[in-house]
Write a protein that binds this ligand. Structure first.
Ligand code: AMP
Length: 398
């Protein structure tokens, strides 16, 4: 593979797989353009080198071929406004004569956006001949769609086989994601603390198992912590619990002990008499929660314990909130941990925040620019943390 930043794209037709799967409202207006702006530096570098850009993406989950609702034509005017003085063309079909003709006549400094790849079922099936047709539209293939890197689709993985290794590479966004993820999972400077939260143990089990072989400390917060307490015979009241994972929780605790990994559970909790924003609240030890009450956030002692671990760490991975941070009464734990991660980062630690709700949380508390990296790829980053090989990464490296 080539390195994007060293490559001169002058006079090249560059086929870029982006993730323009942006949310649209009923008037087809983009309600959050983060995915478009995240890939803008990649597009701009190619254009400023004097190359031309052919953008391909999916949008939504169309089931029955072309559907107006999922057309990428709704993105053209916003793309134009982001890129400024750049000619942006659109094709109504991502393959076929129109796409061939428009890409062939595309000049240096111009952009062509192809229609939704998922209007062909061949895209998600990873169909070879569909991938080959797409590949013919460009001289060079750039994958900048980290959000779909865990899918072995035609445009994210199979297509790479039709380019020699010097003609395929990650875009700037994808490269930043891969470098950050590798830094944490494969090159972590110790001590390495992983903070895992969220609702369910079952969703995070593969991540925890993978981290047991890598982390120095694993901090467990959120609803999933109570399954660990109950497994040890403790009183968790009406807190969230997966009774079918109690054995598993004990196995994780035992494995961590044998590997010398410190597991930290929240010693106290903010408890509530109902799962509601206007609930009565109190604080108590997490292993003595009275019946009728539930733990909805980590407490002050837990915050102090967790912060101490975070502040002595050199590498920090954070996935999942510490409590029901969507409600004001239960956001303090998540906010305090976000602040601790930010402080550790300011003292030289490398911190990566990835996966759904922890990203929402760090944004909510306006701390995204105080951590080393916030991943844009929810599902892809989670699978990477689980130790899986991501087809979109493997295809470029092959
Ligand atoms: P996840 O998608 O697994 O990261 O879970 C995130 C969700 O877990 C958020 O919506 C939180 O409100 C929820 N959550 C966090 N802590 C708790 C808790 N103690 N009890 C119930 N839900 C929680």
């Amino acid at each position: 593979m080539s390195k994007f930043s060293n490559y001169n794209f002058s006079s090249q037709k560059v086929l870029v797989r982006v993730d323009f799967n942006v949310p649209l409202n009923e008037q087809f207006e983009i309600t959050d353009d983060t995915r478009m702006t995240a890939t803008q530096p990649t597009i701009e570098k190619i254009l400023s080198d004097g190359g031309s850009v052919i953008l391909m993406s999916h949008l939504g989950r169309p089931k029955d071929g072309p559907t107006d609702k999922y057309s990428l034509k709704h993105l053209v005017s916003h793309l134009k406004s982001l890129l400024g003085d750049v000619k942006v063309e659109f094709t109504n079909d991502c393959i076929g004569q129109e796409a061939i003709d428009k890409s062939a006549t595309l000049k240096s400094g111009e952009v062509l956006l192809l229609e939704n790849l998922r209007f062909y079922k061949e895209e998600e099936k990873g169909d070879k001949s569909f991938a080959e047709k797409l590949s013919k539209l460009g001289d060079v293939y750039v994958n900048d769609a980290f959000g779909t890197a865990h899918r072995a689709h035609a445009s994210t993985s199979v297509i790479a086989d039709f380019f020699t290794s010097d003609k395929k590479m990650f875009g700037l966004l994808m490269e930043a994601e891969v470098v950050s993820a590798e830094k944490v999972l494969h090159k972590a400077e110790k001590p390495f603390a992983a903070i895992i939260g969220g609702a369910k143990v079952s969703d995070k089990i593969l991540i925890i198992e993978n981290l047991l072989n890598r982390a120095t400390d694993i901090i467990i917060g959120g609803g999933m912590a109570y399954t660990f307490w109950k497994a040890q015979g403790k009183q968790i009241g009406n807190s969230l619990c997966e009774d079918d994972r109690l054995e598993l929780a004990l196995e994780i605790l035992a494995k961590a002990k044998s590997l010398g990994v410190n597991i930290h559970l929240p010693v106290d909790s903010t408890i509530a008499d109902k799962f509601a924003a206007d609930a009565q609240t109190s604080n108590c030890a997490s292993d003595q929660i009275p019946s009728g009450w539930m733990g909805l956030d980590i407490g002050q002692k837990a915050i102090a314990d967790f912060s101490e671990v975070i502040l002595k760490s050199k590498t920090i991975l954070w996935n999942g909130p510490m409590g029901v941070f969507e409600m004001k009464k239960f956001q303090n734990g998540t906010k305090s941990i976000a602040l601790a991660v930010a402080e550790a980062t300011s003292k030289g630690a490398f911190s990566l925040v990835g996966g759904g709700d922890s990203v929402a949380a760090i944004n909510k508390f306006n701390l995204a620019d105080k951590v080393s990296y916030v991943s844009t790829g929810g599902g892809a980053m989670l699978e990477y943390f689980e130790g899986k090989v991501l087809p979109g990464i493997a295809a470029i490296k092959k």
